[in-house]
Design a protein around this ligand. Sequence first.
Ligand SMILES: O=C(O)[C@@H](O)C(=O)CO
Ligand SMILES: [Mg+2]
Length: 258
Amino acid sequence: MPVFAANLTMMFTELPFLDRFDAAADAGFAAVEYLFPYEVPPEAIAERLARNSLEQALFNLPPGDWAAGERGIAALPGRFDALKSDVDKALDYAAATGAKRLHLMAGLADPRDREAASCYRRSVACTAERLADEGIDLLIEPINGRNMPGYFLNDFGTAERLIAELALPNLKLQFDIYHRQILHGDVAMALRHLMPVTGHIQIASVPSRHEPDGEELNYHYLFEEIDRLGYGGFVGCEYNPRGQTLDGLGWFKPFRRS
Ligand SMILES: O=C(O)[C@@H](O)C(=O)CO
Ligand SMILES: [Mg+2]
């Protein structure tokens, strides 16, 4: 049975950020993820995790100036020094929360731009090596251009090739099924093919990015497939609830922590 992580950036947004940890645990989740923890001190997050016996599945390294439209800096020329201090900051949060996976966002750049590609490769390699010292996996995630126009890493094949070329044991794929379906389809075959390099999975319905309980994808089948493939990681619930978060958790009843 997959272990689901509530995504606290999207779920339980009826509540202030720290209270979402309590709500996720009360709803039966054993783990949580979110995009960015950096507005809140690491100790405050650690306290909520401990109080609720929750595991911290994943979060993202700092993304640059999000409010100004940046979506990561790994592929941006001239930002390598900033990335190194971002990694230190993220590692402080990982140490406090026990997170064993961090996602590095690529940024907005033309995937055909050679300088961006070379920056991205260097950023990914150096960050993975730094994280390996702490026993942490680095995740890279292809994101579809409808949700994030101009995002550099917009192709699963590119991510697969980079992971193979760099051959760093802690560099893994963040397989967001929502993005996969929009970018390429063929989700079940891709899960089979990419499972050896997959370090984290995320889910949402397609096309609405709501609860994984209908529309284009058969999640009942995909959850069984993920189990059949022996996946031992977390499945992040990265969806926008249609209404109140709790009202949309019917799909989750069979998986609740007892
Ligand atoms: O799919 C997504 O959008 C996220 O997993 C992410 O990290 C960037 O927004
Ligand atoms: Mg995602």
